[in-house]
Structure formats: C-alpha cells, structure tokens
Design a protein. Structure first.
Length: 738
C-alpha cells in the first residue's frame, strides 16, 4: 500500500483532540448593478487623451461585465470595452471574485492575468490562493495554488498543487496535489478532479471505503448530468472475494414524471462458490416512478434481485433498492383517477420473497378498486368495491391434489359503511354500520365460502377541560358487535396477520387483508387526557376492554392464537424539559401477562442524545413465535472540540444475545468531517416448536442468518465545500436521533 495513503488512514484515526472550535468563514461576494458603459472614478485622475486614464487611490471601474476596485490603474477605454493594468484590488462579476496584487485585463475581462491573489467562484465556498492566474476562453489556469473552504486552515483542511484548471461550468482539476489536515500532510496524488461550484456538476464523487469481515470494499462513483432534468451516478466497485461490479442510480424529474432507477451488480461470488444459487452473478434493481395530470396519477414501485440475500450481505453505497430490510421486493404498478367524491384505481401487484419465514407472495393481476364517499351533516356514507384476480404460486398448498402449475382465484369485495353522529348535551354519540361482502371464483382449487358480514360499532364520548390546571379529559365508552361467519377453506390472499406492536386494539384490526373479518363482541371504557403547561406535557389514553366472547375465527384457523378476555390498555407519553418518556402496554388481566409492551426513554443534553427502549410481544404464538422481547439503546455524545461519539445496540432479552450494534466516533466543524463506524450483526436463532411446515423453513432461516452475520468498519470523510456527505452515514445518524 502507498506509504502516503497509509499515513492518511492512520492519521485519521488519531486526529488530535485539542483542535479548537472556531467560527465558520463568511465568504461574502458583491451584489451590484453595473452600468452599460465603463464608469471610472478615483481620488486622482489623469487623462492623457479621451480614452487613456491614469488612476490612483480608491479606484473604481463599473461596467456591464465587471466591478473592479484597486489602489492604482492604467486603463485604456475603447467604446464599452476597457483594458489595462491594476494594482492591489479585486474584480467581481456574476461568475467569480478575484483579489490580486496585480492584474492585467483585456476586453473588459474576457482575458486577464493576475499575480498573488485569491479566486472564489460564485456558488462555491472554495478559496483558491495562487501565485499566477490567467483566464482565456472561459477557463482559469492557476499556478502554485492552495485551496480550502476554511478561514483558518490549521483547524481544517487545505489542498495545495502545482497547477489548477477551472472552467466556467465549475469543473476543476489539480495536479501534484497534497492534502493537509490540521496543518499536517496526509495524502499526495498526481492529479485529482474537483467541483468548484454548488450546482449539479458532472464529475467524480468522493470514494467509498469499507473494511470488515468480508475484506476491503471500494467504490469510486462518477456523477454525470445528462440534461437539466436528468442525471446518472455510476460507481465501479470491488468487494474482496465477493466480486467486482458496479452500482448505478438514474434520475429524471419533470412536472409530469418523477422516475428513479437503481441497480447493483457483482460477478461470481467466490465466498459462496459451494452454493450454486449464490455463487453466480449477483444483482438487484429497482424502479420508482410517479406523476400525473388532470385528475389522473400513476405510480410504479418495482424491484427484483438475483437471490433473497444479495441486498443483505452486499450493502449498497449509492443505490436505494431496499433500505428497510423488507420481507418482500414489491413489483407494483397503478393508475388512479380522482374526481370529487369518486376514485377509481387499476393496479398490478406482485412481489419477490426475501424472507424464508414468510409464505410466498400472491400476485394480483389485475385489481380494480372503486371508492365513493359522501357526507350530509350528521350522516356519512362510504363504499369500497374491489375486483381482484389472484395468481397463486403452486407451492403455497401442500396437498398433493393441489400441486398445479397455475392457480387463479378471483375475489369480489364490497364494503359499505354508514355513520351517524349526534350531540346530546356535551356528549357525542356515534353509530357505525358496516357490511362486507366477499365472493370467490376459482378454476383449479376449492374456494372459500362466499360471505356477507355485518358489523355494528357504537361510541359515546365527551370533552372536559380545566383551563386553570391546563387539563383536558375525553372519557368514552364503546361497543362492537361482529358475528361469526363460516369461511370454509380460508385463504389469506392479502397482507395477513399483523405482527407489530399495535396497542390501540380499540380501532386497529388484527388483520390487514380483505379475506377475514374477526368476529367480536366487546365493551370498552376509557379516557384520553392531555396536560400541557410550558415545557411539561403529559398525554395519552387509559382503557379497559372486555371481550364478551372468544373469537371463533381465531379458534378455527389459528392454533394457540387468542385475544385476552380482559385487557388493560395504556398508551402515554411525558415530555419534561429535555426528557421524553413513552409507555405503552396491552395487559391481559386474567392471565396476568403482557401481550404487547413498549417503554422508551429519550433525553437530549446539549448536542447529545440518549435513547433506550424495550419491546415485548406475546400474543399466543403470534406468527409462530412464542415471544418477542428485545431492547435497544442508542446514544450520541458530544465529546467537545467538535468530536462526537455514537453507539447503538439491539439485544434479545430472552437469550441475552446481541442482534445488531454500531459504535463510532466522528469529528465535524465547518471545514471538514470524518467518521469511523464499526458494526456487528448477529441475528438470533428462533423457537420453531409450533411452526407450520408449509410456511416456515427452519433450515432456510438458519442458512440465511449464517450468511448475514458479519462485522465491518466503514470510514467516511467530507471536506466541506469540496465533497457531499454520504447519505448512508447521514441516514444512520438521523435514525439515532429519532
């Protein structure tokens, strides 16, 4: 490895902690209106003839092209143009500002040369100090140059070089470059391009460097402007034994269309050469687009990968195919029309499965949806109608007689809702009637029974306020009745049982799809509250829900899954100065256990932030897991002198094992920023005792977590005014603070 590059990496890890804080530079530029003809003034003016001026003291030359200030000048004017020699001053226009010891100018600045000065381009924080400068054909050429965006280079960064070329578009290059940080040389390169403007500009971006258990990961992105409304970023990439390839990001934006296309490719993966499915070329791609006109709108969200692990064990640098570790890669497209109370949408939906613990996705091609809503004073009516054609993957069913190459099911779904509200004294009374109709047709498999479920929901609530105590209370009582319906062969074709920490079971349904309606007879009472006084705020809800009858749907279709007979529900938050506390719980008072729970504490201190939270879920066996209980901790601490440390850890409480963790340190002032981040991911094994063999593949899960468990160290550096910060690191820091 190059000795200077080695010095660079070592030096960054031991940056001096005694670096002092300082004010950011304020690089002001003139903003003036220039006259059409040169306007010349000075303390002393000698005119040799009508076109030759000898000027001394507070020299000012204003024209349509430039504004010049100097102590001395010899100028020749030819109509609206001027040429000559000036001492100790500055020249400013819409493109640049130059201060100089001496300046020769021709044709009012179309050509010029200067000695011992500073060049600052408009829309840029970069200062370029030079010994010699010349401008010809819209190009600056500078010799013996140093540049920075810092007013105090020993506290930031400085680049020096033999020659620099900068064009009017803002693209520059420097030869024989040496980088100094905190006044110490850390890197030398024979030639480097750089942007000299804050505008969108084609050229190389800062390299991405990552080192971990998989070896050195290096990428050098190039950003290319294709037009005023489109650009592409292309990044060749080398990832040790994982292969060589590239990432890319294409964008196009206009009033009618906004589209973004991402891709990732690596050639044969030597690390998995024993596994045929992962040893071949590995790739992923995604397209996102939306737009519309005159009531019509469309949206495309489509992604595909070579295998279910590629986006997990090959993290992306510049593309954004799958940031949230979703179980599916969506492959959706829709067209929508909206007019007042009426809405029509046609769509195609599919997905690629990324999580072996989830049943295979069911495609809808096509699906039509109609929505209509209308209100008349205290009465409101809504209608939702869907026609869906499902294409089922044949491994979805394990019955031998149902192993077919093609299985289609159509579903007609109509939901009507009528709501009436009325005030009696200080109480608001509401009644809601809902009818849900489902009809199925199939060419190959037995279908669920057609059904029509009618549900009634009633609510009464009032509003109480004590202005002296800054208190507001909203007591309420609710009753819900939904009868049991025999669905026959139940097929969950849409999104299914929710496996999330949902505490408001008063209104949030257990199922997110359209195939089952949970039968329910329940009575709930509770109170919402708000106390708001200065920097103190306490708000939330406390309620008791009595389930008068156990759900027959859960008994029939979901083993060991049931709703508690009596639930105590609390969801509250407290803000006290710089401290935020959230407490949410769903407590089964009969079985004396917590079905769902979350406790979170967050505190800010100066520029730092600390957060700790614990989550628990126990709902029968839920989605085939007996219990989920984990804790996460995150902290950002200001160490002083512009240094910052950040820590994140997620731990499984049941096993005491680490699931995911980060630790890092960084430095940032108005001149530069650097960060070193170390990450360790160790996914845990799970209890599959009650799993359904047709939905969960234990060996696939064990194989997946063994490939995803890894460690890595990521290094980022940003020279302010010269580089853009890494979006991945910035997102990570933002997540810590949320």
């Amino acid at each position: 490895m190059n000795k200077k590059f080695s010095r660079f990496l070592i030096f960054l890890s031991v940056f001096p902690l005694y670096a002092e804080e300082h004010h950011c530079p304020n690089l002001t530029v003139w903003d003036m209106e220039y006259s059409a003809r040169p306007s010349v003034s000075a303390h002393t003016t000698e005119i040799e003839n009508d076109n030759t001026f000898l000027l001394q003291g507070n020299v000012s030359v204003l024209s349509a092209k430039n504004s010049i200030k100097a102590t001395k000048a010899n100028l020749i004017r030819n109509g609206d143009e001027y040429s000559g020699f000036l001492k100790e001053g500055s020249i400013n226009n819409q493109l640049f500002n130059i201060t100089f010891e001496s300046l020769n100018i021709q044709d009012s600045g179309d050509s010029l040369s200067a000695i011992d000065g500073t060049l600052i381009r408009q829309k840029s924080l970069l200062k370029l100090d030079f010994e010699n400068l010349s401008r010809e054909s819209d190009i600056f050429k500078l010799e013996k140059v140093s540049m920075s965006s810092c007013s105090n280079n020993p506290e930031g960064w400085k680049i020096s070089g033999r020659n620099v070329v900068v064009n009017d578009a803002g693209r520059g290059s420097i030869s024989d470059m040496q980088l100094e940080i905190f006044g110490k040389p850390v890197l030398w390169l024979p030639w480097v391009p750089f942007p000299a403007t804050s505008d969108r500009l084609s050229g190389f971006l800062e390299p991405k460097i990552q080192f971990g258990s998989e070896g050195l990961d290096l990428s050098i992105p190039y950003f290319l402007i294709l037009s005023a409304s489109s650009d592409i970023t292309f990044a060749p990439r080398s990832l040790a034994d994982r292969g060589k390839g590239f990432e890319s990001n294409f964008r196009y934006k206009s009033p009618l269309i906004d589209i973004e296309i991402d891709s990732l490719f690596l050639d044969k993966d030597k690390k998995f050469e024993g596994l045929e499915s992962l040893a071949n070329n590995r790739w992923a791609g995604a397209t996102r687009a939306f737009g519309g006109v005159s009531g019509f709108s469309y949206r495309i969200d489509w992604a595909k990968a070579s295998d279910f692990l590629v986006l997990q064990n090959i993290p992306s640098f510049i593309s954004d195919i799958d940031m949230n570790r979703a179980p599916y890669l969506l492959q959706n497209a829709s067209l929508n029309y909206r007019n007042n109370n009426f809405e029509l949408e046609v769509r195609s939906e599919d997905a690629q499965l990324l999580d072996p613990m989830i049943s295979k996705a069911v495609a809808k091609k096509p699906e039509f949806e109609v929505n209509y809503a209308k209100s008349w004073n205290a009465l409101s009516f809504s209608l939702q109608a869907l026609y869906s054609k499902f294409h089922l993957p044949h491994p979805l069913f394990q019955d031998s007689e149902l192993q077919l190459d093609k299985t289609n099911i159509t579903r007609r779904y109509v939901k009507t809702e009528l709501n009436v509200s009325h005030h009696i004294d200080k109480w608001l009374l509401e009644a809601d009637y809902t009818s849900t109709l489902r009809e199925y047709d199939s060419n190959n498999v037995s279908t669920p029974n057609n059904s029509n479920v009618e549900s009634v929901f009633m609510r009464a609530g009032t509003f109480l306020r004590d202005p002296n105590a800054h208190l507001t209370f909203k007591p309420f009582v609710m009753f819900k009745y939904t009868p049991y319906e025999q669905y026959g062969r139940a097929l969950l074709l849409d999104d299914q049982l929710k496996n999330s920490f949902a505490y408001d079971l008063f209104s949030v349904p257990l199922f997110s799809g359209k195939d089952l309606t949970l039968d329910e007879r329940s009575l709930s009472v509770g109170i919402e509250f708000l106390m708001n006084e200065g920097l103190r705020q306490f708000q939330g809800m406390i309620g008791i829900k009595k389930n008068l009858k156990q759900s027959e749907v859960l008994k029939e279709y979901f083993d060991n899954l049931q709703i508690p007979d009596e639930q105590v529900l609390i969801d509250a938050s407290l803000v006290l100065n710089n401290t935020y506390i959230q407490f949410a719980i769903d407590y089964d008072s009969k079985e004396t256990n917590i079905s769902h729970g979350q406790l979170a504490l967050q505190r800010t201190f100066g520029a730092g932030n600390f957060k700790i939270s614990q989550h628990k879920q126990h709902l029968g066996t839920g989605l085939y897991l007996n219990e989920v209980n984990f804790r996460d901790i995150s902290m950002i601490a200001n160490l002083g002198n512009n240094y910052q440390a950040f820590v994140y850890k997620s731990e499984d409480v049941m096993t005491g094992k680490n699931m995911d963790s980060y630790v890092g340190v960084g430095f940032e002032n108005c001149c530069l920023a650097w960060r070193i981040l170390a990450r360790d991911k160790r996914l845990i094994d799970l209890n599959f005792m009650n799993s359904d063999a047709q939905l969960v593949a234990e060996e696939s899960w064990k194989e997946m977590i063994s490939y995803q468990n890894k460690s890595r160290i990521t290094f980022e550096i940003e020279l302010k005014g010269l580089m853009s910060p890494s979006k991945k690191i910035q997102r990570l820091m933002q997540n810590f603070q949320e």
